[in-house]
Design a protein around this ligand. Structure first.
Ligand code: NAD
Length: 259
């Protein structure tokens, strides 16, 4: 088998660290030209450099996914630099480990802007750019197990991730109805050992070890996921192997939602 993403161009948001960084490495290793798009310029620049050092093709671009103008710049940078856009992974996100009682309007607005509105901006502009290629294209959106089932500690986060589940299906149906060669799917990770886990632990007043132990027990496989577990799911959905897959939700959660 040849490389699974040979000659495809992919924008991966939130690719400076965690799941996005693992995905950018994997996509580049499978032959994609990768735009590492993130607000974190130091880590994002280093991530693109490390992909190039390993022989891959990558550029860093600063993108705040809550800003529509920055999205427009990101799409035009990608088309100018690599000639086309085939893949968008809307992976950037922030956590917010707060119940409905603890959530302020400010928390709410920030989580919805970063985890939900960003997916609308990115998909709308990417669909326009992808329609110009005429080649098979794919969008994969980061939802979560918290976009499928409720979790009292993640009120605003559940709202945004639940919306992403259905925004994905609505956009997938639109592309199919318009005969656009664009598939749209969502990925639903269980709890993953990424830098985000440390943010959640701190917000819960837990050490990372306490957090890992508590949440590992809630996954039937008995441990948290690794960023690469989720990157493999993004790879499948964005490769031509998933050519008959659109509007679906790929749950990668160690059995969390099977209970
Ligand atoms: P992470 O915090 O380790 O990394 C997130 C990345 O997104 C960082 O590089 C950060 O700089 C970037 N980012 C944040 N706000 C941004 C913005 N406004 N514009 C551009 N980039 C921005 O998180 P992760 O664990 O790698 O999570 C990746 C995705 O997977 C997120 O959407 C997250 O909600 C989702 N997810 C994570 C878990 C988990 O347990 N870690 C579980 C389910 C879903």
């Amino acid at each position: 088998m040849g490389l699974r993403l040979a000659d495809k161009t992919a924008i991966i948001t939130g690719a400076a660290r965690g799941i996005g960084a693992a995905t950018s490495e994997l996509f580049a290793a499978e032959g994609a030209h990768v735009v590492v798009a993130d607000v974190n310029e130091d880590l994002g620049g280093a991530q693109a450099e490390s992909i190039r050092a390993a022989g891959g093709s990558a550029e860093f671009l600063r993108l705040d996914v809550t800003d529509l103008d920055e999205w427009k710049d990101c799409i035009s940078f990608t088309e100018k630099r690599f000639g086309k856009l085939n893949i968008l992974v809307n992976n950037a996100g922030i956590s917010c480990s707060l119940s409905i009682a603890e959530t302020t309007a400010e928390h709410w607005d920030r989580v919805i802007a970063t985890n939900q509105t960003s997916v609308y901006y990115g998909m709308q502009l990417a669909i326009e750019a992808m329609a110009r290629t005429g080649e098979p294209c794919a969008i994969a959106n980061a939802s979560s197990v918290d976009g499928l089932v409720g979790e009292s500690r993640f009120f605003a986060y559940c709202a945004a991730k639940g919306a992403v589940t259905l925004m994905t299906k609505a956009a997938a149906l639109y592309c199919a109805e318009q005969n656009l060669p664009i598939r749209v799917n969502s990925v639903h990770p269980g709890y993953v050992q990424s830098p985000m886990a440390a943010v959640d632990a701190a917000q819960n007043g837990q050490t990372v070890e306490e957090y890992t132990r508590e949440f590992a027990d809630r996954h039937p496989l008995g441990h948290l996921g690794e960023p690469r577990d989720i990157a493999d799911g993004y790879l499948y959905l964005c490769s031509d192997e998933a050519r008959f897959v659109t509007g679906t939700q790929l749950t990668i959660d160690g059995g969390y939602t099977a209970q």
